[in-house]
Ligand binder design. Structure first.
Ligand SMILES: [Fe+2]
Length: 200
């Protein structure tokens, strides 16, 4: 049996505590789930490579592992976007500049964007609400992603990422209190990080 090599991905460190309305326990549990996505991404890469080298391309094992790649990769990547934009108490949302200009152009107003974004985050079912930017036009649009890989517009840049899987808030809020969690999330956003993600 081939030796398993160290996978290409390393878990990133996120030093997050003292968020407003999202407990440290929730963040610690959530970071543990994120670590699982990194580990699974590495394991899938290693096992697929081994099966490929053994001439088992097309086998049921190879196919099943290959089908899981998108879920694990996007689970890893989207959580990195999620955690890296959080800061205790957040920062004031800018009132001018590139982010506001893009939101005004794409949604009519910042308030209209935020209402739509909250609405997407509050949709029934678990998933993600993500503000994406189209790299070819700069246009911003809100998207609902159920499974991590399902519904992501190819090649678009994630700008603001809201995790509304229940693990993200159920230790702090009841299932029906998701709007409170969404508001807490927005209250802890570092808008400088978000604006910095915009494509130039
Ligand atoms: Fe999550």
């Amino acid at each position: 049996m081939a030796m398993l090599a160290q996978g290409p991905y390393t878990r990133k460190d996120f030093n997050i505590s003292g968020l407003k309305g999202i407990s440290d326990t929730t963040i610690q549990v959530h970071l543990g789930l994120y670590a699982g996505y990194v580990a699974n991404t590495n394991t899938l890469n290693e096992r697929i490579r081994d099966l490929t080298q053994q001439g088992k391309i097309g086998s049921p094992d190879w196919a099943e592992l290959t089908r899981r790649l998108g879920f694990e990769y996007d689970g890893m990547i989207l959580h990195e976007y999620y955690f890296s934009q959080l800061k205790p108490g957040g920062t004031p949302m800018p009132t001018s500049g590139a982010l506001v200009d893009h939101l005004n152009k794409s949604f009519g107003s910042v308030d209209a964007w935020q209402s739509d974004f909250k609405g997407v985050g509050g949709m029934r079912g678990v998933g993600w609400a993500i503000l994406f930017q189209d790299p070819s036009t700069g246009w911003l649009s809100n998207h609902w992603i159920t499974l991590h890989q399902d519904g992501v517009p190819a090649g678009y840049k994630p700008i603001l990422i809201l995790d509304v899987w229940e693990h993200a808030f159920l230790l702090d809020y009841k299932p029906a209190e998701r709007p409170k969690y969404i508001q807490a999330f927005l209250d802890n956003v570092d808008w400088g990080v978000v604006e910095g993600r915009l494509l130039k």
